[in-house]
Design a protein around this ligand. Structure first.
Ligand SMILES: [Zn+2]
Length: 137
């Protein structure tokens, strides 16, 4: 009873299934949200670059990471303005700005306007969407 039949036969999707764990897949492909304070990068302080877990695009830098107390990794600026895209998300009865990877459309999290200066933005990102690479490597 260990065989799981997948309804989808889209090859890209199967490739991602193989590459990602369940939570990473849920978050990036089905707009899931990991539980607050459970993500592996919430209190992560090492210097380096956070990449898209799906396509390896460089998205955020530890330079712009800050401790928001929200329970999710928070950044006040994406690494380069054109690697992440924001979309209006009206799910769950709220109007929020969804943050996605511009390259592969993976769901990353949401952006709020209560972050620190100079941008005043808070990119609230799921750890499960990110893959950290140490800048020493
Ligand atoms: Zn991506």
């Amino acid at each position: 009873m260990t065989t799981i039949k997948l309804a989808m036969d889209d090859s890209d999707n199967n490739e991602l299934r193989a590459k990602l764990d369940d939570e990473q897949f849920q978050v990036t492909q089905n707009k899931g949200t990991e539980r607050a304070f459970t993500g592996k990068y919430v209190d992560h302080k090492a210097q380096g670059i956070y990449r898209c877990v799906c396509c390896d695009t460089e998205l955020f830098s530890s330079e712009q990471k800050f401790d928001s107390g929200s329970g999710w990794p928070s950044f006040w600026l994406p690494l380069a303005g054109d690697t992440v895209q924001t979309k209006i998300d009206t799910s769950h009865g709220m109007t929020r700005s969804e943050v996605v990877c511009k390259n592969c459309d993976a769901h990353l999290g949401h952006v709020f306007e209560d972050g620190p200066q100079p941008t005043g933005l808070r990119y609230c990102i799921n750890s499960a969407s990110l893959d950290f690479r140490d800048s020493q490597e």
